[in-house]
Ligand binder design. Structure first.
Ligand SMILES: Cc1cc2nc3c(=O)[nH]c(=O)nc-3n(C[C@H](O)[C@H](O)[C@H](O)COP(=O)(O)OP(=O)(O)OC[C@H]3O[C@@H](n4cnc5c(N)ncnc54)[C@H](O)[C@@H]3O)c2cc1C
Length: 607
């Protein structure tokens, strides 16, 4: 049985000692100052709710799953009551403006709260999680009357939202969207078509569900330039905010999935359902992608969440389970055998999980500060700052989403391995984590799509390598002060400095290769993404080691000396045993596309 505890000490270390969140929050302004006392109280309350309400529903929700009957979906036992508590806690509105009933706090707090709740129970977290994309879209593109009508119940959590992009013939390639939106006399549109795989598309947690839908007008140009965005409520909403007649958008089925069984994934049929245009005609994809970075970082959290949960379960087991003796002599002579935590290979697995969870957390909390600045600018109508922060976040996003979710799956698999055969058995919960983690590299853009976005769009097309130069400059600034230091500090300093050079050189070589072979971008993109992830995580591990060392030296940190020592030791482990993987990705990224493309296309065989 899993016994999840929110890693508050680590979260506080990253927030307060690595990034100085208190100063960051003071700099943001905003309607509700996020004072350290307030932030602390919110974190404590979110931790209690996650541990006491959501975590106990994790395994039963998986066993029971969702139920579908005649178009209606019911969530597993206990989910309704837990969601009611979610509403009463005001959790959905944490980071939304007070004028819509929110608490006006920075968006990073919402991400951090999401990490806690998602680690406790990712499937539950999907219900309020999908509303965020819906709220953000309405907030940015809705007319004043649409905002007034739809935002208060969404922000309170009384209604939930969805994002309806995927159709049977297309998921990654939204240029193929077919759902049709026919103009009506009342200024609205009648939507017809089928959307599949819609998370939270139908459920029994709220009275209404607001769908944000990609569709085309009858005269729309083909491709991505002909897609518009619509708001389609499950129940029409009257002028006074009360619910009107049922809109003809019906759930035809829910999917039977490998994991996240308690999250309803719906097939939705739109049969002349009435919708409201959001934003400009034909510019729907642009609007949909405005806050995509934040949504994708929300999914990157899933990598950290599963690594953390799996690590907690595996560590507890490894301390108790006994097998043979430690190679360097008995560690627990009074026992029949030593605990498996003494074996180097078990430590390899546990430390890999720990390095992924804590390194990933540091990456996300760093990016979350850019999200704070971006949302503060968006709500204040400062377009220039909004775009600037969005562009910065745009570089981090594919790396965080692609790399951290791949690593989360690795961590979850290691969790099973630490438990041996018992890891494969349901009652320990480790196999559920691995099943739940598997979706994270598929939705919100597959790893392949993130990799193309990073190398093809962000690095080559949009910035000609500037985003890498900017980030590696930061690496160099950190490394510079450590280069000549003795011991580990000097080692990470030299390693970071070398990787900063290597990352730029790799980028340049790929840009040159791409000129003579267009397939090279696609051939290199996955390895380039993973290389970037390992190197970026190294920067954050160095940063954490530096802060931990300073705290040990000054004796003034907020955590125990043992905590700081473990941080430095995990950083050492990362630099010696995880970062070298970057070399393989470096070499593979530079291999010519030929070995991938020379074989006859379909089926991949030589005849
Ligand atoms: C549980 C679950 C929940 C979901 N929730 C939602 C939701 O709420 N809303 C929603 O709209 N959708 C949702 N989806 C859909 C999800 O976003 C898509 O499945 C995903 O985007 C991939 O699309 P696809 O399945 O059509 O795969 P495809 O696009 O057909 O891709 C198949 C494979 O080809 C690769 N590929 C495709 N194009 C390229 C290319 N140009 N270059 C390189 N590789 C490429 C992909 O990386 C992938 O490996 C959900 C899916 C699941 C399973």
């Amino acid at each position: 049985m899993l016994n999840f505890r929110v890693p508050l000490a680590d979260m506080r270390f990253v927030m307060n000692e690595v990034y100085d969140y208190p100063a960051h929050y003071r700099g943001l302004g905003g309607s509700e100052p996020a004072t350290p006392e307030l932030v602390d109280a919110i974190m404590e309350a979110a931790a209690t709710y996650s541990e006491e309400v959501l975590a106990p529903l994790y395994t039963p929700g998986d066993t029971e799953g969702c139920h579908f009957h005649a178009g209606e979906v019911s969530t597993p036992r206990g989910y309704k009551a837990a969601y009611q508590q979610f509403i009463e806690g005001g959790w959905q509105g944490l980071s939304y403006p007070a004028e819509y009933g929110g608490q006006g706090l920075p968006m990073s707090l919402n991400l951090i709260k999401s990490e806690m709740m998602g680690t406790a129970n990712w499937a539950f977290n999907m219900y309020p999680g999908l509303s965020i994309g819906c709220i953000n879209t309405i907030m940015q593109y809705g007319t004043e009357s649409v905002k007034a009508q739809f935002l208060p119940p969404l922000v309170s959590g009384a209604w939930t939202g969805t994002m309806c992009l995927t159709e049977p013939q297309c998921g990654s390639d939204l240029a193929q969207v077919k759902t049709l939106a026919r103009p009506l006399d009342n200024g609205r549109y009648a939507l017809s078509g089928t959307k599949i795989f819609i998370s939270s598309g139908e459920h029994d947690l709220t009275d209404n569900i607001i769908h944000i839908v990609l569709a085309r007008l009858p005269d729309a140009p083909a491709g991505t330039r002909g897609i518009s965005l619509f708001l389609v409520p499950k129940f029409k909403v009257l002028a006074d905010g009360s619910l009107g007649e049922r809109n003809p958008v019906h759930c035809g089925a829910i999917e039977h999935k490998m994991g996240i069984a308690a999250s309803a994934t719906a097939l939705l049929n739109f049969d002349q359902a009435e919708g409201i245009l959001i934003g400009e005609i034909h510019k729907g994809l642009e609007a949909m992608f405005t806050f995509m970075n934040t949504a994708r970082i929300g999914t990157a959290i899933q990598g950290v969440a599963h690594a953390e949960l799996s690590h907690q379960g595996a560590l507890a087991y490894a301390r108790e389970r006994r097998s043979m003796r430690s190679l360097s002599g008995k560690k627990e002579p009074g026992q029949a055998a030593d605990a498996i935590v003494w074996h180097p290979d078990v430590r390899r697995m546990l430390l890999t999980q720990k390095a992924i969870a804590e390194g990933g957390r540091a990456m996300i909390y760093g990016a979350a500060q850019w999200a704070d600045r971006m949302f503060a600018a968006a709500w204040a109508g400062d377009q220039q700052t909004h775009h600037l922060c969005d562009a910065e976040l745009g570089f981090y996003t594919p790396i965080l989403k692609g790399f951290l979710t791949e690593m989360g799956i690795e961590a979850a698999q290691l969790g099973i391995q630490v438990l041996g055969g018992h890891g494969y058995i349901r009652e320990h919960g480790m196999e559920q984590i691995a099943r739940d983690a598997r979706i994270s590299t598929l939705y919100e853009g597959t790893t392949g799509i993130q990799a193309l976005d990073l190398l093809g769009r962000k690095v080559m097309l949009q910035t000609k390598g500037r985003c890498v130069r900017d980030f590696t400059h930061r690496m160099w600034l950190l490394a510079r002060g450590a280069l000549l230091s003795p011991g580990f500090r000097g080692r990470w300093g030299r390693s970071l400095a070398w990787r900063a050079l290597q990352w730029n050189a790799l980028t340049l070589r790929l840009m040159v290769q791409a000129r003579s072979d267009a397939d090279q971008v696609g051939a290199a993109s996955f390895d380039y993404l993973m290389y970037s992830g390992y190197v970026m995580m190294a920067y954050y591990w160095a940063l954490m080691a530096e802060r931990a060392q300073q705290a040990l030296h000054s004796g003034q940190g907020g955590q125990s000396a043992a905590f700081y020592r473990a941080k430095i030791e995990t950083a050492q482990f990362y630099f010696e045993r995880i970062l070298p993987r970057a070399d393989v990705h470096h070499r593979t990224a530079l291999a010519p596309a030929r070995t991938l493309m020379q074989m006859h296309a379909c089926p991949l065989q030589s005849d």
